[in-house]
Ligand binder design. Structure first.
Ligand code: PLP
Length: 399
């Protein structure tokens, strides 16, 4: 008899992780991977932050037992995450209007939130930005939603087409779920201004939409508090909304899978009921989160000394990316390219939508061993003082 799996088709490769597989197989010593969304230091290494190292050393020496965590994770972690998101003096927190669970990275937070919303709003549709992080669509589709997009990026201005975005949001049916990037929009690097956020919040309130805010890069644009500005504005609006947050980038803890799902409700009583339902989702998926990553983040944030160390290290990452943006633009100008690349310094976070076309991206890979996403997205955090000239040469050559 035929195998149970005889007719199974090969799934397409993940576009980003597939790129890394090709990069790893490339034998050229000059190769550069600009595809992945990971911060590398100037030596091309993923940093282990000194604040993290110190907290890990303490934890390791204590040799804690490895019992199960509560379903919603470490209470101290959840409380400290809430303060980081909404501010230590947040009226919402004071009023008990936020339910937070420790999640498996930002992805896990999105997935638990999606599963929960699917039960709360079974007929709603989900709208993501055009374009968006490629996993947004998959996460919400796997939760059972139909996923569509709202206009966002304008390739001509290389910024947000805000008029189109607003009219797109205004046309959505009440109860639709809108996924928004809090800062450092992935993949475009184009963020909303504060005034535009205000208009988006007004539109969401007027249309009865449900905001699900994804904040994967807090601290990578302007600073920890500055990057949470959109959240503060939502918090002040009186709306209910969801937030998926992640420490993968801001703590350089990618593989530890540390994130959180926060749900803002109308009252302490609602918070308790919503939390009880979210815990059911978690219980039926993975039961409870792992111990290490959340304990480390909580320890760093709870210690004035380690927290300060972390802030400095995060600022260094942010400033290094910015320096690479400025340097790339200068080096391209220096090579006499006719395209004005100054937009690269206006884009925020790890990425730039360079405007490079598929054929140009292919040539960079084939002729130079430089790997970028076919959409022309590059990760600025993969550039360093040793490879940036080579990358600038390659871009100038394929333009
Ligand atoms: N959301 C966005 C916009 C991202 O870019 C990423 C990571 O690339 C995530 C969520 C997921 O982060 P994590 O690795 O913490 O799951």
């Amino acid at each position: 008899t035929a195998s149970l799996f005889a007719a199974v088709e090969m799934a397409p490769r993940d576009p980003i992780l597939g790129l890394t597989e090709s990069f790893n197989a490339d034998t050229r010593s000059t190769k550069v991977n600009l595809g992945v969304g990971v911060y590398f230091d100037d030596n091309g290494k993923i940093p282990l932050l000194a604040a993290v190292k110190a907290a890990e050393k303490t934890r390791l020496e204590a040799m804690p037992p490895r019992g199960y965590q509560p379903i919603d994770g470490l209470a101290a972690y959840n409380q400290i995450v809430q303060k980081l998101l909404f501010g230590a003096d947040s009226a919402l927190l004071e009023a008990g209007q936020v339910a937070t669970i420790e999640a498996l990275g930002g992805t896990g937070a999105l997935k638990v939130g999606a599963d929960y919303l699917r039960r709360l709003l079974p007929t709603a549709k989900v709208f993501i930005s055009d374009p968006s992080w490629e996993n947004h669509r998959a996460i919400f589709e796997y939760a059972g939603f139909e996923v569509d997009s709202y206009p966002y990026y304008d390739a001509v201005s290389r910024g947000v087409d805000f008029a189109a975005m607003k009219s797109g949001l205004n046309a959505l049916p009440a109860g639709s779920i809108v996924v928004l990037h809090a800062c450092c929009h992935n993949p475009t690097g184009a963020d909303l201004s504060h005034a535009q956020w205000r208009e988006v919040i007004e539109t969401i309130a007027a249309r009865g939409l449900v905001a699900f805010i994804d904040m994967a890069y807090q601290g990578f644009a302007d600073g920890i508090r500055e990057d949470a500005q959109a959240l503060q504005m939502f918090a002040a609006s009186g709306l209910q909304f969801l937030v998926a947050s992640s420490f993968s980038k801001s703590f350089s803890l990618y593989g530890e899978r540390v994130g959180a799902l926060s749900v803002v409700t109308a009252s302490r009583d609602e918070t308790a009921r919503v939390l009880s339902q979210i815990k059911r989702v978690v219980r039926a998926n993975y039961s409870n989160p792992p111990t290490h990553g959340g304990a480390i983040v909580a320890a760093v944030l709870a210690s004035a000394e380690l927290r300060q160390m972390w802030k400095v290290e995060l600022a260094e990452m942010r400033q290094r990316i910015l320096a690479m943006r400025v340097s790339l633009v200068e080096k391209l100008q220096g090579r006499g390219v006719s395209t004005d690349f100054s937009f690269v310094t206006r884009q925020r976070g790890m990425f730039s939508y360079t405007g490079l076309e598929v054929a140009q991206v292919d040539r960079m890979r084939d002729e130079f061993g430089i790997y970028a996403v076919s959409t022309g997205r590059i990760c600025l955090a993969a550039l360093n003082t040793r490879n940036i000239d080579y990358v600038a040469d390659a871009i100038a050559a394929v333009l």
